[in-house]
Design a protein around this ligand. Sequence first.
Ligand code: 4VN
Length: 323
Amino acid sequence: MTFAKISQVAHYSPSQVISNQDLSERMDTSDEWIASRTGIRKRHISKSESTSDLAAEVARRLLKKSGLHADQLDFIFVATISPDSMMPSTAARVQAKIGASKAFVFDLTAACSGFVFALATAEKYIRSGQYKRGIVIGSETLSKVIDWEDRTTAVLFGDGAGGVLLEASEQQTFLAESLFSDGSRGEVLQSSVGLSSPYSDKEEDKKYLSMDGRAVFDFAIRDVAKSIKNTLADAPVPVEEIDFFLLHQANDRILDKMAKKIGVDREKLPANMMEYGNTSAASIPILLSECVDQELIKLDGSQTILLSGFGGGLTWGSLLVTI
Ligand code: 4VN
């Protein structure tokens, strides 16, 4: 039997940092308001790099750390809701930038669950036995889809990218998976492609990302917390033996509530939204890579972690993996 394992992690974020204080000079908000309600203190915002530039840097870092050449990759999947273009895909741009000539590549759109959905997808390709090695990246330049006049959303989001190298393994490391979507509630969090035709009588799409914060908040603490609880109840590993719960970095108060609801110590839910804001599909792999940099996570096969994404679509899902 062939299984898949996460063998390397990396992240990259643009160097320009915008603080809450900086934002308060542009819109009616304050560091106190943003930090106390969300935990966010700053965010990295790209000056000139695109989503594929950030993702390509993550790919280069993954290759460097693992001593591999780009032509040894069988696939590249990029999860994003802020692609450079619809065609070519962001993944195709990454392929060209790093010279991964043997890979097949595509983007996957599942908002803040994108990385978890893409990793679950990649794991199946490897487990099929047909592909040995690939990279899965979450990358976003949300700064380009945000309405910088709207203080209810502009303060929440940021740019960045993270990813993993996934390789064939004899050991089973993906222990549990549960993925969900509810398109009927999709409008509570939307970002359009913004195109129209002179022959269409359809109302023009909203230009920017918009969110019904209350509805998304309730969804997170109700539906997502419940699904994580169910996943844990069915998992082959007792909750106490799970080392870390890496949840989508949307809001620190939500992480407090989730920890209580799922019955785990808040110390087991690391957070970095204070530094990056909400980077949608990139938030979980950036957090994972930072945990490895800080040696909380060792990449030696000795730990078990839960990855859980939730957001636009609506989409939500969790993966329990040995790492
Ligand atoms: C998951 C969540 C959020 C989210 C929802 C609401 C929210 C983040 C509303 C109340 C406001 C503070 C901010 Cl839970 C977003 C995504 C999208 O990635 C996913 N913040 N807030 C307040 O007034 O306190």
